[in-house]
Ligand binder design. Sequence first.
Ligand SMILES: [Zn+2]
Ligand SMILES: [Zn+2]
Length: 430
Amino acid sequence: MDPYEVLEISEEATEVEIRKAYKKQALKYHPDKVTDPTEKEANEIKFKEITHAYEILTNKGGAGHSSFDDPEDADFMNFFTQDFSGYDNGPPPPPPNTMKNEDVIIEIKLTMKELYNGKNIKFQLSRNVICELCEGNGWKRRKNGNLYDPPLIDCKKCSAKGYTERKLKTPFGFSTIQRRACPKCMSRGKIRARPTTDKNKCKKCHGEGLLKINENVTISIPRGYVENDKVTLKKQADQTLDGKEPGDIIFVVKQEENQSSDSPNLEKRCNDLYMTTTISLLEAISGFENKFLTETYDDRKLTWSTAKGKVIKPGDILKIANEGWPISNESRHDVSFGDLYVTINIEFPPDNWFSEKNDLIQIQNILPEGRQSTKVELDPRNSENITNYEIVNELPSQEKSQEDGNPYRNANPYNSPGGMPQGAPECTTQ
Ligand SMILES: [Zn+2]
Ligand SMILES: [Zn+2]
């Protein structure tokens, strides 16, 4: 390998020219500049070759452990180390927002009733704020009332350099130095001196620059909020003296798992509520008025009546519009609601319910016979009356019917363990 040829320079090139050529070639063939894996590999080989050529010409680290002690080179290599952080793992993570302090997250547990109705929560917020008397510098004001301008002193954390250094190894065997802005002096290298004598300290904050205050705060949880909905108090977290913006206080709604005993027994799925009620066979065929159904989360009692002549049949489901979950919509003042679905159980009378045979004859005379009871002509030679049978409540398990190729195996959509129809859509956010 001819290092001059690799770097595309003449043999008379100066050290500055060599470095310039290396930078140009290294940037061109940087493996992270391409996305195609085969091209990437080719670039990687070329990049190593360029680096090796540069090492030969500058006599830096024969074993491939050259250290960039020139600050300009260190900066140049920082460019690479930044790029390599995302090598193989997609783009590098965005730099943390250094202009804002971290948000404070507080979980609040609410019952179903509280979530349904919405709730105002009053509490005392204790936080640090910058002292308004000294504006955070900690010094007593001048006699004329003006703010004291404290002298600048060297930052001890970074030895007044404004940055801290860290040695890093690149995938190609260099060690390079990564610089980071000093968080204490914000890269300035100097900080404002704090007062050391009581005489000079601000009377309000005793030289701290910060005051702890307690504030009464009320947050409103709108009605219809659900698990993980958030209420944010912008910039209400601790103020700090480093010039960063205060973080937000974010309240995250959590649903209380143990519901109180007076809570209605309603199941929530998306914006709808679900329940089961039981009526008697007599009610199913003769109708009823003002039968208790449920209490609501806002403490109303719901009853229902059947229309004149209406018969409730097994499998009928009651759908009551707008008795479901409130749909919170911040842009609108009126609240809309989901629906309430009621599965109806019909309770049949027990065996031997009649007191005398005449009761049966009476009811046989009253009730219609039904279409399926039509008499069939029976020939005793090829008919059989079954009296030996069981009454069971379930069909054989699905796995078995699947093996048998039973086409009705998915006939019941409510057969998943959670009772939800299989393949039911997820709740969509509003
Ligand atoms: Zn003060
Ligand atoms: Zn510093």
